[in-house]
Design a protein around this ligand. Structure first.
Ligand SMILES: [Zn+2]
Length: 508
């Protein structure tokens, strides 16, 4: 158990250098206009104002070497970016047009080298035990950039380079990358899609491939290649407006079972906050407190060796607050209660089921998963194509009464620590009832929420808790065995929280 204890007294590192704010857009480009220097400066100012920066171990930034960059990028691409230092504004603009959603500045090369170097400094400090965990505030972001291409504001792939560095420099064999940015980090995915030593998890706004970068490879059934099959985990969000319950549920039902089984030696977080409330890119509704919970849920992994590296985040107030909540959790402060309704939406449940079905062949913790993917997602508009699940329901609520009857008639199962999104059905706590799955092209949110509210009041507590899926038993054991908390007698704030949900970050 000791090996999974959260960060020790070594402290939390914060890496920041205002020189990374030198890069800015020099021409009109509405697509790139949101990637501004203030993303970095205002976030750091907030950390100082809240007294968080002062509590951190401040590590110096170094510029990555070209050898570092070439861990992931081709020498030819590195040379192209290096050449931007002496380009005119017009030349920079012309070069940027060769890529998708990118701009260049005469300071791009040194700033991008600093972003990589800061990330490597953080990894070195955490892996060697100089600090317990930490965060790197960097610009430009990295997770979209590829071997030979800048992409989506990203020039060099900070986190992918860091993972490769951790493997080669420190000999690590299992690295978990958690990409909670709202865009798919296709650059990271491509770097490691054949590599079983890096487990890459990303959730991303997808909307059935209609949201940028609009890639087929971002969908749930793309799981890696060759020996890397099962080590790429994509959770597509097919609706905007995802809330705290949706995010936490994906962690509990998808990421953590796999991560615990993977048993990483290091956790790298591609910490983009365009997944936070108010962001114009994500249009999601997760509050800053959610990022405290997400961070906290990752701390039992890899002996707490967690490196968070800034990616996106374009609504400055939300960005700064979300970073604060992440950092104060790394520092060991209590995790605040989550606000909002504790009900994952139907679209999130569908994504969860699809990912679990796609990964069931690859992970022992999902071996019990006996259901296939949802082929008629609730978020499809119009003709959703052929259904393998039967004739779609024609009414808005017709499909819900059989579901309610089925749930209420289901005998209670053995009591265990519970999470409130699962239905106590047959083999899987996440097996969506057929009647619900048959709804197609119908806005179910209100009916769905009303149903869950009724279930919540109708089901005795024990029965609701009995709905926990089997993979969470593993999580339950891990958490219950090693976090200090209010215990089973405590009343969890939200029904998706475990009975033993910790109310404060434990100390050693
Ligand atoms: Zn993003």
């Amino acid at each position: 158990m000791a090996k999974n204890r959260p960060p020790g007294p070594q402290g939390t590192a914060l890496i920041y250098d205002k020189d990374m704010a030198r890069v800015r857009l020099l021409w009109d480009d509405p697509e790139c206009a949101i990637e501004v220097p203030e993303r970095l400066t205002s976030t750091y100012a907030r950390l100082c104002h809240r007294g968080l920066a002062q509590r951190c171990v401040q590590l110096p930034v170094r510029e990555a070497t070209e050898e570092d960059l070439e861990l992931v990028h081709s020498p030819e691409y590195v040379a192209v970016v290096k050449g931007t230092q002496t380009m005119s504004r017009e030349q920079l603009h012309t070069l940027a047009q060769q890529y998708d959603a990118v701009y260049f500045h005469p300071s791009t090369f040194p700033c991008a080298r600093m972003a990589v170097g800061a990330t490597l400094q953080l990894v070195d400090a955490v892996v060697t035990g100089a600090v317990g965990n930490g965060m790197a505030l960097v610009r430009p972001p990295g997770h979209h950039s590829q071997r030979d291409a800048a992409n989506g504001f990203c020039v060099f792939n900070n986190v992918a380079i860091a993972a490769e560095h951790a493997k080669r420099r420190h000999g690590l064999q299992r690295i978990l990358i958690v990409d909670w940015d709202i865009h798919h980090g296709q650059g990271i995915q491509r770097a490691f899609e054949n590599d079983p030593s890096v487990l890459y998890f990303s959730w991303h706004r997808y909307e059935h491939q209609s949201f940028w970068p609009r890639l087929r490879e971002s969908d749930y059934d793309v799981v890696g290649q060759g020996p890397g099959r099962g080590f790429t985990v994509n959770v597509p969000w097919n609706k905007v407006g995802m809330r705290n319950a949706d995010y936490v549920s994906v962690f509990l039902h998808v990421l953590l079972p796999l991560a615990i089984e993977f048993d990483p030696e290091l956790v790298l977080v591609s910490a983009g906050y365009d997944s936070g409330i108010g962001d114009p890119e994500g249009e999601m509704k997760a509050t800053p407190e959610c990022f405290a919970h997400l961070t906290f849920l990752l701390l039992p992994l890899a002996r707490g060796r967690l490196c968070a590296v800034l990616e996106g985040g374009y609504y400055l107030q939300s960005l700064a607050e979300c970073v604060c909540l992440t950092l104060q959790t790394l520092l060991g402060d209590p995790v605040p209660a989550l606000s909002g309704e504790p009900v994952p939406c139907l679209s999130a449940l569908e994504s969860i089921q699809n990912v679990r079905a796609a990964h069931a062949p690859h992970w022992a913790s999902l071996r019990h998963e006996n259901s296939g993917p949802v082929l008629t997602p609730s978020t499809w508009q119009g003709d959703a194509g052929p259904s393998l699940l039967g004739t779609p329901s024609t009414g808005t609520t017709d499909g819900l009464k059989p579901l309610l009857d089925k749930v209420l008639s289901c005998p209670p199962r053995s009591l265990c620590t519970g999470i409130g999104l699962a239905v106590p059905d047959s083999a899987s706590g996440l097996n969506l009832p057929p009647a619900l799955l048959q709804e197609k092209g119908v806005p179910l949110r209100e009916e769905e929420e009303a149903l869950w509210a009724r279930l919540d009041s109708a089901l005795p507590q024990d029965q609701a808790l009995a709905a926990l899926g089997k993979p969470l038993a593993l999580l339950d054991e891990i958490l219950a065995g090693q976090v200090l908390c209010a215990g089973r007698g405590a009343q969890p704030k939200a029904p998706w929280a475990c009975g033993s949900w910790p109310r404060a970050v434990p100390s050693l």
